[in-house]
Unconditional design. Structure first.
Length: 292
């Protein structure tokens, strides 16, 4: 391990770090190549449900199908893409894929009501062409803009806040909805939250995980729900894995949920099977409730 406070040059002589850097740059050129290939980058879809457990949409999560490594998770390549600037091309791809998927869903009555949330990285959001890009993708795909949800993070909004607010207003005018991702992990202040044209805040998974055993996490989650309500926002919880966690959040008034309890992120075809299954089940239970 490199000594803290050592001279900068030291790291270049550390063989372990050198190997790490080489691996990073190999991964970076693989990612550059992946951007040229239509099949390499795909979205997986994780269900989002309302208070009754009804499916309302999905979050699209990026997956990289690497020729050698197999599926690479975003935590492994998003930071790299951000550092190298590839995130701009990647972000463009994600917007296009999301709009294409929404267009496909809109053609089938079983899926036409579903919304799709995608993640926007800070660098992508700050890029001057971002609004135009979203506008272009909406126009090309002819989808209902209200079904496209952009997930922004607090850190993204804190830098150059006036500019960020202006951009959010422009997005709002396009009709897309805005959700504040990983809420509670950043430096949120109540003063700024009320200035933002958001439609939703998303309780971070780190507060949900121990919600039944950690009193602090439970308090934070409750507070976020109350805060969201008082600002007229919908509140969604992420990382819900157990029925007890959802029962707690539900009792506190949480509007929506996402997590392994309701479904893992899955490829488009599998998600469609999931949707059809659920829609059959809900018509079955509607039928049963008529009997009772
Ligand atoms: P995120 O937006 O907070 O996404 C939620 C992450 O939590 C996803 O990980 C999801 O698979 C995971 N998750 C969902 N439910 C559960 C659960 O019940 N238990 C557990 N243990 N985990 C759960 P994933 O797909 O690895 O994504 C990680 C992060 O990568 C995302 O966090 C997001 O910040 C980023 N990311 C993913 N796709 C994109 C993208 O297209 N663009 C950008 N800029 N970032 C993306
Ligand atoms: Mg997200
Ligand atoms: Mg999140
Ligand atoms: Mg998260």
């Amino acid at each position: 391990q490199a000594k803290a406070g050592g001279r900068n040059t030291r790291r270049f002589f550390d063989p372990k770090m050198q190997a790490g850097l080489a691996a990073q740059s190999a991964l970076e050129s693989d990612l550059r190549a992946a951007l040229e290939n239509k099949e390499s980058l795909v979205l997986h879809y994780q269900p989002q449900v309302d208070r009754r457990g009804g499916l309302i949409g999905a979050e699209g999560l990026l997956r990289w199908r690497h020729p050698v490594k197999g599926i690479v998770q975003p935590d492994e390549f998003i930071p790299l893409a951000e550092a190298s600037g590839l995130i701009l091309a990647l972000g463009t791809r994600v917007i296009a894929m999301a709009c294409d998927q929404l267009a496909a869903w809109s053609r089938d009555p079983v899926t036409s009501h579903l919304a799709l949330a995608i993640n926007v990285s800070a660098r992508q959001f700050r890029h001057p062409g971002f609004i135009g890009e979203v506008e272009g993708a909406l126009a090309r795909s002819k989808i209902d803009p209200r079904l496209l949800k952009l997930e922004l993070t607090e850190s993204l909004l804190l830098q150059e806040m006036d500019d960020a607010v202006q951009k959010m207003r422009a997005l709002e005018n396009l009709g897309v909805s805005l959700s504040l991702d990983d809420f509670g992990t950043g430096y949120s202040s109540l003063a700024y939250l009320k200035r933002l044209p958001l439609s939703q805040i998303k309780i971070d998974r780190s507060f949900v995980r121990d919600i039944l055993v950690d009193a602090n996490d439970a308090t934070i989650a409750k507070t976020i729900i109350v805060l969201g309500k008082s600002l007229g926002l919908s509140v969604i919880a992420e990382g819900v894995e157990e029925p007890g966690q959802w029962r707690f959040l539900h009792d506190e008034g949480c509007d929506q949920a996402q997590g392994f309890l309701f479904g893992r992120p899955m490829p488009a075809e599998e998600f469609l099977v999931h949707v059809r299954q659920r829609s059959r089940m809900s018509s079955l239970s509607d039928g049963l409730s008529l009997v009772h």
